[in-house]
Design a protein around this ligand. Structure first.
Ligand code: SAH
Length: 213
């Protein structure tokens, strides 16, 4: 599959739509215009790639809705060079958005099938996260902590403590919290022991599952 003029046109429309839904961060919108979302999906579903919808990928997982990706990324407020931990690599689309913002990305996926597929895809596309790890995101990556930001792209029944402990002071975590529906939360580490919690809109994600490796 290729990236064509037609795809770029559809992406511009998608970014305009996402902007009309309230996303203001120009760099995030620019990432949506730049990243060929159709290449993150199976070729037979190409026509769905530039709708503002989630879509099934391998292993019963989904590529997140573009608006949701933009929303989480905007809340995270990524600056170039920051160390960002992503839990739930999935298709790698959110990873690509973070890379476009020039973050140093550490990303974790627990489904082996997806991990393998996305790993090959990253190589093919030249996407270079600092680390792409097959494992359980509940543990984070203590050996690479602390992080400026942590983004969780699956619904967590509660905020994983180990992840909180891997935030820098001043660092932020964006995580959808809840069982069936989730509330988007942003947690800012104010000091060694203090965390500020803010709640945003309601979303629906696939669940953040505990280790089954
Ligand atoms: N950012 C991805 C979202 C994929 S859906 C994208 O836009 O494509 C959420 C992903 O989280 C799935 O790939 C799922 O396998 C993964 N996941 C679920 N529980 C996990 C865990 N404990 N650790 C790491 N990844 C997990």
């Amino acid at each position: 599959m290729k990236d064509t003029f037609k795809h770029r046109g559809m992406r511009n429309k998608l970014a305009d739509l996402v902007e009309s839904k309230g996303i203001r961060d120009k760099k995030v919108l620019e990432a949506l215009r730049a990243i060929p979302r159709h290449l993150f999906m199976d070729s037979s579903f190409e026509d769905h790639a530039y709708q503002d919808k989630p879509f099934p990928i391998a292993a019963d997982q989904t590529i997140s809705q573009p608006y949701t990706v933009a929303y989480q990324t905007e809340l995270l407020g990524v600056e170039p060079g920051q160390k960002i931990l992503e839990i739930g690599t999935g298709s790698g689309y959110q990873t690509a958005v973070l890379l476009h913002l020039k973050a140093k990305v550490y990303t974790v996926e627990r489904q082996l099938e997806l991990y393998k597929k996305t790993n090959i895809f990253f190589r093919k596309m030249g996407y270079r996260p600092k680390k792409f790890v097959f494992g359980d995101g509940y543990n984070g990556l203590p050996e690479h902590a602390p992080f400026d930001g942590i983004i969780v792209t699956a619904g967590a029944p509660e905020v994983p403590r180990k992840l909180l402990s891997q935030l820098k002071i001043g660092g932020k975590m964006v995580i959808p919290v809840g069982e069936e529906d989730q509330v988007m939360m942003r947690i800012t580490r104010k000091s060694e022991t203090e965390f500020e919690r803010e709640s945003f809109g309601s979303f629906r994600f696939v669940p953040l599952l505990e280790d089954k490796n």
